[in-house]
Design a binder for this molecule. Sequence first.
Ligand code: ARG
Length: 469
Amino acid sequence: MKLWGGRFTKPTNQLVDEYTASINFDKKLAKYDIQGSLAHVEMLKECRIIPATDADQITEGLHTVLLKIESGEAELSEEHEDIHMNVEKLLIEEVGAVGGKLHTGRSRNDQVALDMRLYLREQLIEIIQLVVSVQQSLHTQAKLNLDTVMPGYTHLQRAQPVLFGHHMMAYVFMFQRDVERLTDSWKRVNKSPLGAGALAGTTFPIDRQFVAEKLGFDGICENSLDAVSDRDFVVEFLSNASLISTHLSRLCEELVQWSSAEFSFIELDDAFSTGSSMMPQKKNPDVAELVRGKTGRVFGHLVGMLTTLKGLPLAYNKDMQEDKEGMFDTVETLKGALGLFAPMIETMQVKKENMYEAVRKDFSNATDLADYLVEKGMPFRESHAVVGQVVLHCINGNKYLLDLTLKEFKSFSETIESDIFEKLNPEAVVNARDVAGGTARNRVEEQIEKAVELFQSSSEWVRKHGENI
Ligand code: ARG
């Protein structure tokens, strides 16, 4: 007999049971479901909605049910559809009919919304910590590479030299926005929907604030219809996860390129690379490729959830059961990628010589020659054209700017003096970008210092919010 079987005259078709059941994936919520039920039953007792002795029996029973689920002893069945009804069924088996009082003043609709929020906020803490650990690994590489000059690119064409440390710090600040988005989303996740009932509230004199406080929520969802039909927090998480995946994927693409023979700028540690079953010489950046590849499923879950929600009338609809698998998969995918990334970045070997060689054999100091002429009084547009001629001359002679003699330089502009050689050397070119946020060594050091403060405030946030849940 189903928990809701009263008004039915025959058993559910087995295919319907199988099709509508969510227990195979929402069993992940068992811990949170019971956490919520424990707070709910305490409130029922506090508000004298059920007798204290009944409440105490239920509390004890819920603890036992949790132990039995976690040890695998309890049998979860599709016949009872989802984690909520399976837990209730197990509770009744444990403590008898009194277990049936747990669901007083509550519906699965507010219950499932609660479980999802409890699950997500715990995951948010972990994911934020993982993003910070990726930031820290990039930060470590930045500190080690304050003298490493590499070509900076636009259009994947060598543009102007930058410090590899500067490049690493670009990702640190990129991931900082992810941390900020995740911490900001907290205030929308950490609200209690419990007490909304099926959709309209409940006739029992419940205390929603009591439950919210017990569970470490910052407040309650203000409108019962919104409380049970809101999955914006899921969409928001999937969207934040999509951006994090995008950021990881961009970095992956660089790692893949840099570790190719054509670039040969880095070598990933053997522990974070894989081989080929056929070609003995191969060392592949599989982790970076797979993280880049898994971006697809994360985006897919975001689009899937938006699509599921877009035509739903208020309040709860069974469609919303589709909120779970995508979110769980996104959490696992993201945690897997972030967990691998920090040690992969930290252990990668940076081939400074090759980067330097790449800078020496290109024209990425051409802007500096143009700026030099500007300092001598030439309008930039004119100096741009002159340097274009110089570059062409070099290309025809198979040379780079630093291979030219002073006489050759002077044939393009009399104003050029011997100090040009110093100005065009890669370190000078880098250090000339001495503006806030620029690639000059001291400016990259400023970024590195700033990031230390950011990491401290992230850790502080995690400590403060993690201890209440
Ligand atoms: N398994 C359902 C879900 O995940 C729980 C809520 C079901 N409520 C209902 N009235 N059918 O959404």
